[in-house]
Design a protein around this ligand. Structure first.
Ligand SMILES: CCC/C=C/C(=O)SCCNC(=O)CCNC(=O)[C@H](O)C(C)(C)COP(=O)([O-])OP(=O)([O-])OC[C@H]1O[C@@H](n2cnc3c(N)ncnc32)[C@H](O)[C@@H]1OP(=O)([O-])[O-]
Ligand SMILES: NC(=O)C1=CN([C@@H]2O[C@H](COP(=O)(O)OP(=O)(O)OC[C@H]3O[C@@H](n4cnc5c(N)ncnc54)[C@H](OP(=O)(O)O)[C@@H]3O)[C@@H](O)[C@H]2O)C=CC1
Length: 286
């Protein structure tokens, strides 16, 4: 079934856009939406079988997509991946720096190795991918980069490593937006709140129990869905955002504004946008 985007179906006709982490969740949804809008999508991830599945889904509805196995933490692999995408598609117009993830741990129990693994995954990796996109293509041709971060406004108990990495990524976004503006490159961020995606299923049972409870703390009264994050990414990549750079769009149902005052009311308070018929509800919420 084809993606039902709210945007014009030829918005990205003739463009090539890289989506890291395109084999599942938010990245998979974004790849579907961009392909439905005419883009050729290059999806990147560590597990080839996940990428192949998404490729099958997108080609089945007439989209164009290529798969690139690559760990974003490995500089030489990222360099090669970027060169392959450029050689295969003739350039890159956009990059969605979405690959990432972490595991819950209290600070006192966090090993240095674990801290560094998460920083590499969510800060260093995103930096390497963006720098290679810029140096290998965008510096001379322009382009648009969207970095996916998280709701980092305030502390993130049990998620300090990823909070530090994503806060770093926000500042990287602001700096790159300045340094790369003269090349016609815009750099923005999207900060998802609690998004019911396959990502939830990667957590252990106690964390999943916590996640089931958390929606009561959202002013809009529910989790977000993948299509709602994708819509923000697509806006920032589009000409509609031509004068937007160094910004962050928060897609979180209002959580950062309400942390101290919100009194939970356990009912849904907004109608979701759901343009993605193939979205997978995480098993832990079923
Ligand atoms: C932000 C809020 C909301 C967000 C929601 C989402 O993001 S949804 C999306 C969610 N999606 C995802 O999160 C998916 C992506 N996530 C991942 O791939 C992993 O979480 C990763 C980033 C740690 C990389 O892991 P990897 O396998 O490549 O790394 P590695 O094997 O090289 O390990 C290096 C060291 O890290 C440590 N350590 C690692 N795991 C654990 C653990 N569970 N337990 C304890 N410790 C752990 C350990 O010290 C290990 O060394 P050791 O002691 O073994 O010698
Ligand atoms: N869902 C949520 O509530 C939130 C999500 N986020 C962030 O949004 C992004 C997408 O998350 P979501 O779709 O929910 O989760 P998923 O776990 O489904 O997606 C993460 C994707 O990133 C890929 N990935 C992870 N590490 C690497 C790596 N080192 N190199 C290449 N690819 C990698 C994974 O593929 P593979 O395993 O094949 O490598 C996977 O497809 C992540 O950065 C996540 O942390 C932020 C805030 C909230």
């Amino acid at each position: 079934m084809k993606y039902q985007s709210i945007y014009h179906p030829e918005l990205f006709k003739g463009q090539t856009i890289i989506v890291t982490g395109g084999g599942s969740g938010i990245g998979r949804c974004t790849a579907h939406e961009l392909a439905s809008l005419g883009a050729t999508v290059a999806i990147v991830g560590r597990k080839v079988e996940k990428l192949d599945r998404v490729k099958e889904e997108i080609t089945a509805v007439g989209g164009r997509v290529s798969c690139h196995a690559c760990d974003i933490r490995e500089e030489s692999l990222v360099r090669q991946m970027m060169a392959d995408v450029i050689a295969r598609h003739g350039g890159i117009d956009g990059l969605v720096n979405n690959a990432g993830g972490q595991y819950p741990s209290q600070l006192k129990d966090l090993s240095t190795k674990g801290w560094e693994a998460v920083i590499r995954n969510n800060l260093t990796g995103g930096f390497i991918v963006a720098r290679e996109a810029y140096n290998q293509w965008m510096a001379t041709h322009g382009g648009s980069i969207v970095n996916i971060i998280a709701d980092i406004w305030g502390g993130m108990p049990t998620m300090a490593h990823t909070g530090a990495a994503r806060a770093g990524m926000l500042n990287f976004t602001e700096t790159a937006a300045c340094e790369w503006a003269h090349s016609g490159v815009r750099v923005n961020a999207v900060a998802p709140g609690w998004i019911a995606s396959s990502g939830f299923d990667t957590y252990d049972a106690p964390m999943q129990a916590e996640l089931r409870r958390l929606k009561e703390k959202v002013p809009l009264g529910r989790y977000g869905n993948e299509a709602e994050v994708s819509a923000a990414i697509v806006f920032l990549l589009s000409p509609g955002a031509a004068f937007v750079t160094g910004s962050c769009v928060r897609v979180d149902g209002g959580v950062p504004n309400a942390r101290h005052t919100w009194k939970p009311v356990p009912t849904d308070r907004s109608k979701p946008f759901d343009g993605f018929p193939l979205a997978t509800l995480p098993e832990c919420l079923q």
